[in-house]
Every structure is written in structure tokens, then in C-alpha cells.
Design a protein around this ligand. Structure first.
Ligand SMILES: NC(=O)c1ccc[n+]([C@@H]2O[C@H](COP(=O)([O-])OP(=O)(O)OC[C@H]3O[C@@H](n4cnc5c(N)ncnc54)[C@H](OP(=O)(O)O)[C@@H]3O)[C@@H](O)[C@H]2O)c1
Length: 254
């Protein structure tokens, strides 16, 4: 019997690439997102039989575990990837949308990890991959909620990795820089917008480097050589200086 991987946000971008590569690597994949049709099309093209669960994780994350159990499956690898961003002057953005962002990027992550982790610990094997962001490595003005939600994801994942040492369950935090996907459009940017930083890489490369890091038992990764070095060079800078520079970089035109 092959191992089962559940990938959230599998209908597009980085999650779709995780699903393809995990399937090609021998996993039986469960695709989770809202757009069922896209996932059904993807599932039909995967290397191995796959399952589709349409689920709005802002509202229905607690129901996912029982829907997986209804399929007669247990999850060996959870990929917490679903997420979205928002941008703009915080006082002017839609409050309900910001709250949904926290519910998806933080609350669903906690709910799903808590639902699937005990089984992995009991079996003495498994893994949790969480897609955070380099946006979680320093506060980003005008993406305040998004960068804070990704800092949450990073801290949560890093803490769990230490907690689970010796259990057989591996925990990896993935911190991509700019990746051209639907993220930019969903966040309200021009679809071809990318932040003013170097090191853009493809979703396929994010998934590939992440899965390699997971196999090697790494705790955290910044995919892409250029982004990795950009963050390494920037990290010693004092926070007040970073905040001033990043505020200018991300300041909306109006
Ligand atoms: N692109 C980047 O530059 C970048 C950089 C760093 C980190 N990230 C992170 O990488 C992850 C994947 O993003 P992406 O770049 O691949 O963007 P994407 O193409 O927009 O993918 C986002 C995925 O999340 C799913 N999703 C959104 N809202 C959902 C909800 N309420 N319930 C269930 N699923 C939901 C979407 O599916 P449905 O719409 O079908 O529900 C989609 O499959 C996110 O956590 C993002 O923050 C992205």
C-alpha cells in the first residue's frame, strides 16, 4: 500500500506542483481546495489514482478529517499549503477579508495539523510540510496581516519540529520568495506583479527543493539559491532599518 499525502490548496500554483510531484514519487494524493473541477482535471492527469475533496478551509477545516476517514484513508504526509495574501493600507482594507486570511493561513493550519498528527505519532512515521513565506521573516508594511500570518506559520512549524524529534514524524517549513502563481491576482495585485526583490522561482522548483529537503530531514528551507542568499545577507540588518526600507518598497501608489 502506498503512503497517502494530503495537499491543501492543490487546485493551483505551488500546491498543484506538490500534488504532481508527490504522485510521481509514489504517494496516493488527496487534493483539497474549493475548486473541485480544476482538481478533478488534475487528478485525472496524475501518475497514480488520487482523491478530490472540495472544502472551504476558512469555514470547514474541522470537517476535513472525517471526510478523509470516510474515504478509508489515513494521512501519512500533510502539506499545509493553502493560503492567500492581501495588501494595502491596513486601515483601508476589508476587515472581513483580513480575518479570513488569518483563519486560512493560521487557524486551518493548526486545525488540520492537530487532526492528522496523532495518527502519525502513533504509527511512528509521517510528516508535515507547511508552506510559510519569506514574508514571514520580517514584518511587511502594507502586507501586515499576510506577513504576520506567515510568521505564525514559521514559528508553529519550527516549534513542532523540535517537539516531534525522535517520534519518526518529520516537520518542514517552506519559505518561498516570489513565485508567479495566482497568489498575486488573488492578493489584488496586477497578475504579473512580483515584489521588488530578486530570486523569483517557479512553483515546480519550490515543490522539488522542498520535497528533497523533507527527505533529508531538514527543518526549514528557503527554495532557490538567489533568495536564500538575499535573505541571509538581509537578516542581520536592524529591524528599524528593515522596516523603513520595506515600507518604501511596498508603499502603495495611493
Ligand atoms: N506565490 C508566491 O509568491 C508565494 C510566496 C511565498 C509563499 N506563498 C504561499 O504559498 C501557498 C500557495 O500559494 P500559491 O502561490 O500557489 O497561490 P495560488 O495559486 O493562489 O494557490 C492558493 C491555493 O489555496 C487554495 N485556497 C485559497 N483559499 C482557500 C480556502 N478558503 N479553502 C481551501 N483552499 C483555499 C486555492 O484553491 P481554491 O481557490 O480552489 O480554493 C489554491 O489552490 C500559500 O500559502 C501562499 O501564501 C506563495
Amino acid at each position: 500500500m502506498s503512503d497517502v499525502a494530503l495537499v491543501t490548496g492543490a487546485s493551483s500554483g505551488i500546491g498543484a506542483e506538490f500534488a504532481k510531484q508527490l504522485s510521481a514519487g509514489g504517494y496516493e494524493v488527496i487534493l483539497v481546495a474549493r475548486r473541485a473541477e480544476l482538481m478533478e482535471q488534475m487528478a485525472a492527469q496524475l501518475s497514480r489514482p488520487a482523491h478530490v475533496i472540495a472544502c472551504d478551509l476558512v469555514h470547514d477545516a474541522p470537517s476535513l478529517a472525517s471526510r478523509v476517514a470516510d474515504l478509508g484513508l489515513q494521512v501519512d504526509l500533510l502539506v499545509n499549503n493553502a493560503g492567500f495574501g492581501t495588501h494595502g493600507r491596513f486601515a483601508a482594507v476589508d476587515a472581513a477579508r483580513e480575518a479570513e486570511e488569518v483563519r486560512l493561513n493560521c487557524e486551518a493550519l493548526v486545525t488540520l495539523t492537530h487532526a492528522f498528527l496523532p495518527g502519525m505519532i502513533e504509527r511512528g512515521r509521517g510528516g508535515v510540510i507547511t508552506v510559510a513565506s519569506t514574508a514571514g521573516m520580517q514584518p511587511i508594511p502594507y502586507e501586515a496581516t499576510y506577513s504576520a500570518s506567515k510568521a505564525f506559520a514559521r514559528t508553529f512549524s519550527d516549534a513542532l519540529s523540535a517537539e516531534l524529534r525522535g517520534t519518526g514524524v518529520r516537520v518542514l517549513c517552506v519559505n518561498p520568495g516570489p513565485v508567479p502563481t495566482d497568489w498575486q491576482r488573488v492578493a489584488g495585485y496586477d497578475p504579473d506583479y512580483l515584489p521588488p526583490v530578486p530570486g523569483k522561482i517557479t512553483a515546480a522548483r519550490v515543490a522539488k527543493e522542498s520535497l528533497r529537503a523533507f527527505q533529508r530531514g531538514r527543518r526549514t528551507i528557503i527554495p532557490g539559491f538567489v533568495m536564500r542568499w538575499y535573505m541571509r545577507i538581509n537578516s542581520p540588518a536592524p529591524l528599524p532599518l528593515k522596516l523603513r526600507v520595506v515600507e518604501r518598497m511596498y508603499r502603495p501608489a495611493r
